[in-house]
Design a protein. Structure first.
Length: 95
């Protein structure tokens, strides 16, 4: 999946989840500019995890404030998942 596709899908999910019409831009903050509260942020995380088939570590959320940071984090996690999927499996230890 390309970074452009990740950005497009992330923006679409943000728009769908918002309780009001929004036009998310990379420099806008979720809470201050787009009106997301903590519960809506958690719902967003769940939707993004399901859509991209990733797991977002909750510790990673503490530094994410803007739409651009969300997109960057999704790109990083999707790339990490793809790398893990294509890496050779480590040899199993004998039982």
């Amino acid at each position: 999946m390309t970074d452009d596709a990740i950005a497009h899908d992330t923006l679409a999910i943000l728009k769908r989840l918002s309780r009001k019409p929004i036009e998310p831009a990379p420099d806008l903050e979720l809470m201050a500019d787009l009106g997301f509260d903590s519960l809506l942020v958690m719902e967003l995380v769940g939707e993004l995890e399901e859509h991209f088939d990733i797991a977002v570590p909750l510790n990673n959320l503490t530094h994410i404030r803007t739409v651009g940071q969300i997109i960057a984090e999704m790109s990083r996690l999707v790339a990490a998942r793809a790398t893990a999927a294509t890496s050779p499996a480590s040899p199993e230890s004998p039982a």
